[in-house]
Write a protein that binds this ligand. Structure first.
Ligand code: AMP
Length: 431
């Protein structure tokens, strides 16, 4: 067949099907049980938001806002952006719905797709899925530790191998500003050895220099001032309390003051979980505190902390237990034709009879899981299909009577079509 006329999914996007779809269902079920068990409620925000939300919330100098957003004007001329991340939308919803009036902290989780115009490669896509959890309204270090522990627990449940937790504190905006100036001074002094990219962003985003792989930049960063030395007494104390709680939970971590996250809103605790099982894209999830974000979006001063983890990365690095296929209590088969060439009813011989459909709907209404033959297979083919589905019972409709086969025990009964559902219900109860 020629490729002419075929349309493919855009670069950096993919279809979710088959095993991948069932692995995702397992992950979603585990996330729900872990997070809802800890008091988090599910939230869904719109796929697109006012561009201003991300410009203001994520930060105008970040890579995301500068180069990665899918931004468009709608027919009325408003600038909208496909969400590139989940925290700013959740904070927008918190403000919009007056959630500060609820009991604090308000804890919300999401599993949604996000959009970034990035260089597509294994583990890095343009539409990808993130699972995230946000706790708003408490600055207690126990909330930080709880948030991190929940992500670690989820990764463990999903069998993600060789996970490492890196932890740091970015301190208050004031401490960060003082540090930023010192760092800029250092970078200017070493400008000659820096990569072009880092040099051009000394004023806009000096912290990103720590992320660079460029050898000259890396050398220059070895003697760079570290944020840890600039924290206020309160921030240092908060960070110590977070660590003490992680220790109490026996969760191992490495302190890494060069940890910078690609978003501007973080304050105090930041963390990242990586897996050595992944290649270059080793980040599985990460997050941190954003104590100023809600206020920045027009809400009351509200502390917050959260994380996001990439679904594709979790599945790449993990070994999710396969989800059990949905059981089929009854498969409705029929004799394609009988009595020589005469079809059962007034219908093409390969179309299922109305009686089969009636039995299917009757079975479902009675609470059974049921499927029927829809592809005009031979009776042998229908039985093979029912077997592949793992159907417990198969009803074979004939003209006057119906045969009900117990696929588990092999027993076979002949009965009237309207007695089938009752017989299956009775059979299942005796299991
Ligand atoms: P971030 O919001 O950038 O902190 O990303 C959090 C997590 O989402 C990362 O650790 C990755 O697991 C995942 N992630 C971020 N960007 C992408 C992408 N373009 N493709 C796939 N996963 C991603």
């Amino acid at each position: 067949m020629s490729d002419a006329g075929k349309i493919q999914a855009p670069r950096g996007t993919f279809d979710v099907l088959g095993e991948s779809s069932s692995a995702r269902a397992t992950l979603e079920a585990k996330a729900r049980s872990i997070l809802e068990g800890a008091g988090y409620e599910r939230i869904e925000t719109p796929a697109f938001e006012a561009t201003e939300l991300f410009a203001r919330g994520v930060g105008a100098s970040t890579d995301i806002v500068q180069k990665e957003m899918y931004t468009f004007e709608d027919a009325s001329g408003r600038s909208l952006t496909l969400r590139p991340e989940g925290t700013a939308p959740v904070c927008r919803a918190y403000v919009e719905h007056g959630m500060h009036k609820l009991r604090q902290p308000v804890r919300l989780w999401y599993l949604s797709s996000f959009f970034r115009y990035e260089r597509a490669q294994a583990g890095r896509y343009r539409q990808f899925w993130q699972l995230g959890a946000e706790a708003l309204g408490s600055e207690d270090p126990a909330v930080d530790a709880e948030s991190i522990c929940l992500l670690a627990a989820l990764l463990e449940e999903m069998g993600v191998a060789s996970v490492r937790l890196r932890l740091s504190s970015l301190g208050s905006p004031a401490a960060r500003q003082a540090y930023r100036e010192q760092l800029q001074r250092h970078l200017h002094a070493h400008a000659d050895s820096l990569s072009e990219d880092v040099r051009s962003r000394i004023d806009l985003n000096p912290l990103r220099a720590f992320d660079s792989e460029h050898p000259g930049t890396r050398r220059a960063m070895e003697t760079a001032p570290l944020l840890g030395d600039f924290l206020s007494a309160e921030d240092t104390e908060h960070f110590a309390e977070v660590r003490a709680r992680l220790d109490a939970a026996h969760l191992a971590y490495q302190i890494d003051h060069t940890l910078v996250r690609g978003l501007d809103y973080y304050t105090r605790t930041v963390f990242e979980l990586t897996s050595d099982a992944l290649g270059a894209q080793s980040g599985v999830g990460g997050g941190g505190r954003y104590d100023g974000l809600v206020q920045q979006l027009g809400g009351p001063p509200t502390p917050g902390i959260g994380w996001a983890a990439g679904i594709e990365r979790i599945l790449l690095a993990g070994s999710p237990p396969p989800a059990a296929p949905a059981p089929v209590d009854l498969f409705v088969a029929y004799e394609p034709s009988h009595d020589g060439d005469r079809p059962l009813e007034d219908r093409p011989a390969h179309h299922a009879p109305a009686g089969a459909f009636a039995l299917l709907t009757e079975a479902r209404a009675a609470g059974l899981t049921a499927q029927m033959e829809l592809a005009g297979r031979s009776l042998k083919g229908q039985l093979g299909f029912a077997n592949a589905l793992g159907a417990r019972y198969v009803a074979i409709l004939g003209t006057d009577e119906t045969v009900l086969k117990d696929m588990l025990g092999g027993a076979q009964d002949t009965l009237a079509a309207d007695a089938v559902v009752h017989a299956v219900l009775r059979g299942l109860r005796t299991l």
